[in-house]
Design a protein around this ligand. Structure first.
Ligand code: EPU
Length: 421
């Protein structure tokens, strides 16, 4: 296991290239199972999660080649079972359920287990597939889906859950519906850019989809899909994390290869705090500000403030000499970073799903434990800002979702290195 040793207090300046989106790449890679033809996916970030997805595709029978961000997949003859040993390490493995059901009308995928950011059921995924006429059974920890060719039909499905729409659930049902008979209408669909990116790839494969990126997606089933090429969109959460780093410590940090429109909720919150932002066609520049104000934010489905940026803004709030309030509505228990940041001297009080932060007190470096991907990012940000040395343990959480985070930060002037535990 590795840890990250961060020496705090170094200013950040310069340009950073943002990688392809993890949360787009994962369902897009799974979608290649929908055709026996070859698909080429570009700008796939080199992460343990994407590598894991490629391993799953390989085990299901697909041929996979990968060279520096370009992945070529041919899923000629595939199996319908993704057993526990294969899917247990990554919740996003559930993305293969929709494509296997769509193509083979039969799928068995292990039920994802618990998750540190809270209860993460898949009832909406299953409800969606049932609405398409599939029979769904959960037995011995596995989800078993079966349908007859004639009975697998489009319908109007409402996928809204009690915490809002589901991103991967919308993707799963959309992928399955591309090969169902007739028209499927998903009401209460997730409107995240990653869902739209998946739909763009499916359309290139021959699917008929309208409305992706809104809460109502219409899919006209087709007989079969064909091979296609696609470039994954930039990772808006990686971009947001670098914006926060630039806000906390920046003397001018420029993000290249981003879609500024995907980051509006994040950039407008930063602007409301008093940070100066400059937006180009595919770039964003942020400058630190000595006189920033506290903020109040609540996470919401897109285009609202993303839950995946909540922990990083908690670190930012510690650096602003004012009071800030953060409320989490998507995963109300997603506050594992709070106890660790408090060990660095942060003044944070948790009241249910709301964190009250009094910033401005100096943070002091400490050994801290990463618990999940975004909590780890928050600890790295806090470590960059703190006085002295911070050791972030369980670095593998970061490697799940940030491509070369340490190298990118070091290129901006941060002082940090990996070491074995
Ligand atoms: N939910 C249900 N039933 C379901 C599915 C979801 O009640 O069947 C609930 C969840 O418990 C949650 C809410 O609906 O309260 C939204 O969850 P969603 O299904 O949208 O989450 P996801 O699709 O499993 C993706 C991202 C997460 C991100 C969420 C929300 C991927 C691989 N993961 O998860 O990303 O937090 O959407 O935007 O796309 C991360 O990158 O660190 C990460 C956790």
């Amino acid at each position: 296991m590795e840890k990250l040793i961060v020496q705090g207090g170094h200013r950040l300046k310069g340009r950073v290239n943002i990688s392809g989106s993890k949360n787009s790449a994962l369902p897009i890679l799974a979608a290649t199972l929908l055709t026996r033809d070859t698909c080429t996916i570009r700008r796939v970030p080199d992460l343990s999660d994407t590598n894991y997805m490629l391993r799953i595709l390989g085990e299901l029978g697909a041929e996979v080649e990968r060279a520096s961000g370009v992945v070529v997949i041919t899923a000629g003859k595939i199996k319908w079972k993704a057993p526990y040993e294969l899917v247990r390490k990554m919740r996003a493995s559930i993305c293969v359920l929709g494509p296997l059901t769509g193509r083979l009308h039969k799928a068995s995928v292990s039920l994802p287990g618990g998750c540190v950011i809270g209860d993460r059921p898949v009832d909406l995924h299953l409800r969606g597939l049932e609405a398409l006429g599939a029979k769904v059974l959960v037995e011995g920890g596995d989800i078993l889906v079966s349908a007859t060719r004639a009975g697998f039909k489009g319908r109007v499905i409402n996928m809204m859950g009690k915490h809002g729409p589901t991103v991967l659930g919308t993707g799963n049902v959309m992928m399955a519906a591309t090969l169902a008979k007739g028209t499927t209408i998903i009401e209460g669909a997730a409107a995240e850019p990653e869902v739209e990116d998946l739909a763009d790839f499916l359309i290139k494969m021959g699917a008929k989809i309208e409305g992706a990126g809104t809460n109502r997606v219409v899919i006209e089933g087709v007989k079969e899909l064909h091979g296609a090429e696609h470039t994954v969109i930039p990772d808006r959460i990686e971009a947001g994390t670098f914006l926060v780093a630039g806000a906390m410590l920046g003397d001018g940090v420029t993000l290249k290869r981003v879609v500024p429109g995907h980051l509006r909720a994040v950039t407008s919150t930063l602007e409301a705090c008093g940070f100066e932002l400059e937006s180009g066609r595919d770039s964003l520049t942020i400058r630190g500000n000595g006189s920033s104000r506290g903020f109040t934010l609540t996470t919401h489905p897109y285009p609202g403030f993303p839950t995946d940026m909540q922990a990083q803004f908690c670190a930012l709030a510690c650096a602003i000499p004012d009071s800030s309030t953060i409320t989490e509505t998507i995963f109300p228990q997603r506050f594992m970073h709070v106890a660790e940041i408090k060990r660095m001297g942060a003044n944070v009080t948790l009241q249910g799903a709301t964190a009250h932060i009094r910033g401005g007190a100096p943070l002091k470096g400490a050994p801290v434990m990463a618990s999940d991907l975004r909590a780890s990012a928050a600890l790295v940000l806090a470590g960059l800002f703190a006085e002295g040395q911070t050791e972030v343990h369980r670095l593998y959480h970061i490697d799940r979702g940030y491509e070369h985070l340490d190298d990118k930060l070091a290129a901006l002037g941060a002082s940090l290195e990996r070491a074995r535990e």
